[in-house]
Design a binder for this molecule. Structure first.
Ligand code: SAH
Length: 677
């Protein structure tokens, strides 16, 4: 059997369907999954174990047999905990076949074959009775089906079904309860991920301002959750407007309702300001008394939270539909609405409260298109004034009154900037926005670069070709080199003295030690005394499924690391020329200048816009002598994890070096790399 997988082709910018081995999908899923991260989450594991032991004891004290249902068993970890705690029998349900197979092996290896039955089904398909999957209903319900938003992975419908059909009334649930907390804040930084701020352009005819259309101003945005490592957000980047409030909680030991509903809390602002953002996180109580608590509270709420790193559960940022001024001491209501899988928020002032009953507002739907076109980091990037200034400065250098300009970038403001700065004619590809009243100045060409004809350009040649470059299909930093391919495709439409902006790009690399991110790719060995090496092997096998190991994208502002080497330029790409036929490759070595564990290499692109003006999509600066790095907050960087982290952990004496071989395949647009420690 074959599977068709969608992948963007960095040489054409188009989505292509590739025929892959039937196992491809699940290898990808396993290789990039969060299982390892969960197994490394000591705090979570310890608390589950304590909660499970306590629940088994309570059932035993009642003189009952302890029959456990573990929904979403993964490696079988929670069932093994239950069996060790003295449970009489465990039904371990897992829908994902490769994981269910792994669970069978792990359970057996750890000697629990008699006590744990792995059922490879979705829990809603599980049957109970003499010939059923389960002999009888369970009296202990153990699950770990939560995402950062708590309910996004379908915990509510799963619980609803389990209470109806799979567990006894009055069963013990671990966790016993989940509670969602909220805090109202003002934050220009986070608000810039959701709204387009005015762009001011100094021109020869005075200052011009690009403002977003009103449809965008009033658009509620998209309902997809914005989950981030809030512990990496400095307190100077937001202003707290309210105390932390409990928004809602779910008792898992009683029947759960998944139907849409809403909740309301009264907040008394502790400060006047603009309410823009609701920050939210949850905690779970493993026992009914809340003595075993596992919380996602950020650092300013719980000082020890920064040391409890996890990536599978973070914190949520919710954008209010509009910013609302609030006054210190004047109560407002915050309304949370949820359906089965997601949550959204609305603020109500006291005077608006007449219609208290009718609050079940609809899930946000983007009406302005911008939120469909631009994701949150892209909004942040477009609102980055420093970055815009670099583009304006370089456009001013290259544009003249006679410039015929072509812009190639997705949903870019460059055509507007070029127009403001006096280009005679601006054409643009991939522009989904009409700039009002500028139709005769900025022409949107609905063709891909390969199909561009001179009639699209009104028989004029392009004197200035610009790009950020940015394309929504790019996953890794070098995928934006699609600009180079597009530039090559339109070569015949360019004047002989064409200016290309950026004139070139370069790939940079640095060896780093991660504070925490290394965990997601590091083997677990044993977890709370249970041997989970089968899982480690499975992940390793899936990582090796692809011939070459691949770099993976991560937004490193969320994942602190320190540099162990100097940043190094490894490849350059000259946009003034067309893409060469042959591939570009380089070899060399990087000196390790700092002591530390070489977890991997980080790679990013820099664009050289015009003489002396560059923008980076990666390293902004190395902040101190310890080597702490500051990364571009709007871009994902490429991370290549070294396979032998352990080896480099024991390396303590300087100096040493890492050798590398990097190859940019111009046929595929992909970069392959190899490192030796
Ligand atoms: N219990 C493990 C793994 C948790 S990850 C641990 O704590 O380490 C959640 C797992 O639940 C995933 O493997 C997912 O495939 C599975 N899952 C989610 N919903 C499910 C459902 N309704 N029925 C069966 N499996 C489910």
């Amino acid at each position: 059997m074959k599977t068709f997988c969608g992948r963007a082709n960095p040489t054409t910018g188009a989505m292509e369907w590739l025929e892959e081995d039937e196992n491809y999908d699940y290898h990808q899923e396993i290789a990039r999954s969060r299982y390892a991260d969960m197994l490394h989450d000591k705090d979570r594991n310890v608390k589950y174990y304590q909660g499970i032991c306590a629940a088994v004891s309570r059932v035993k004290e009642r003189g009952e047999k302890a029959i456990v249902l573990d929904i979403g068993t993964g490696t079988g970890l929670l069932s093994m905990m239950a069996a060790s705690a003295g449970a009489d029998f465990c039904y371990a349900v897992e829908v994902f076949k490769p994981m269910a197979n792994a669970a069978v092996k792990i359970v057996e290896k750890n000697g629990f074959r008699e006590k744990i039955k792995v059922i490879n089904k979705h829990s809603t398909e599980v049957t109970v009775g003499q010939d059923g999957d389960m002999q009888c209903r369970a009296n202990i319900l153990v699950t770990e089906l939560f995402d950062t938003e708590l309910i996004g992975e379908g915990a509510l419908p799963t619980y609803e079904h389990a209470h109806k059909y799979l567990v006894q009334e009055g069963c013990e649930a671990v966790p016993h309860r989940a509670t969602v907390y909220v805090q109202l804040v003002e934050s220009k930084r986070m608000w810039s991920w959701n709204k387009l701020f005015p762009v001011h352009v100094e021109t020869e005819d005075g200052e011009k301002t690009i403002v977003s259309p009103s449809a965008m101003e009033n658009c509620p945005g998209v309902p997809s959750v914005c989950d981030i490592q809030l512990n990496q957000m400095p307190s100077s980047d937001f202003t707290i407007l309210s105390d932390v409030a409990t928004m809602f909680s779910v008792d898992f030991s009683n029947p759960v309702r998944s139907a849409s509903t809403s909740y309301r809390v009264q907040l008394e602002p502790v400060k006047s300001g603009k309410a823009q953002i609701v920050l939210s996180w949850w905690d779970i109580d493993m026992d009914p008394w809340g003595t075993i608590n596992c919380t996602m509270a950020p650092y300013w709420v719980k000082s020890t939270s920064a040391s409890q790193w996890r990536d599978h559960w973070m914190q949520c940022v919710y954008f209010l539909p509009n910013e609302e001024p609030v006054v210190q001491g004047e109560e407002v209501s915050l309304i949370a609405c949820r359906d089965e899988y997601s949550v959204w928020y609305k603020l109500q002032k006291a005077r608006e409260e007449e219609n208290k009953a009718a609050v079940c507002i609809e899930s946000p739907v983007c009406r302005c298109q911008a939120h469909l076109l631009w994701n949150r980091p892209r909004f942040g990037q477009l609102n980055d004034q420093n970055r815009t200034r670099q583009y304006i400065k370089s456009l001013m250098k290259v544009l003249t009154k006679d410039s015929v300009c072509l812009c190639i970038s997705d949903g870019s403001l460059l055509p507007l900037l070029a127009h403001c700065l006096g280009a005679k004619q601006v054409h643009t590809l991939f522009q989904f926005f009409k700039a009002n009243h500028l139709e005769d100045k900025i022409k949107i060409i609905e063709a891909c670069p390969e199909l561009l004809t001179s009639s699209h350009l009104e028989d004029k040649k392009i004197s200035v070709l610009v790009g950020e470059p940015f394309f929504t299909t790019s996953l890794l930093p070098w995928h934006n080199l699609y600009f180079w391919y597009a530039r090559t495709a339109v070569a015949s439409h360019l004047t002989s003295s064409v200016t290309v902006l950026p004139q070139s790009a370069s790939l940079h690399m640095m060896i780093v030690e991660f504070q925490d991110l290394w965990r997601i790719r590091s083997p677990c060995g044993t977890c709370e005394g249970f041997d989970v090496r089968t899982m480690d092997d499975m992940i390793k096998n899936s990582l090796n499924f692809r011939e070459s190991k691949e770099a993976e994208p991560h937004p490193l502002w969320e994942y602190p690391c320190k540099s162990l080497s100097d940043p190094q330029e490894v490849l350059t790409f000259d946009f003034r020329d067309t893409v060469p036929e042959h591939s570009l490759s380089t070899e060399g070595s990087v000196k390790l200048l700092q002591k530390g564990k070489s977890h991997g290499a980080v790679l990013w692109m820099e664009y050289h816009l015009a003489a002396g003006i560059s923008v980076t999509t990666g390293l902004m600066q190395i902040a101190n002598e310890k080597g702490n790095c500051e990364w571009n907050p709007h871009c994902k960087q490429a991370v290549y994890f070294f396979s032998s982290v352990l080896e480099s952990e024991t390396r303590s004496d300087l100096p040493s070096a890492v050798t590398y071989a990097i190859n940019f395949n111009t046929k595929t647009g992909e970069i392959a790399m190899d490192f030796k420690l």
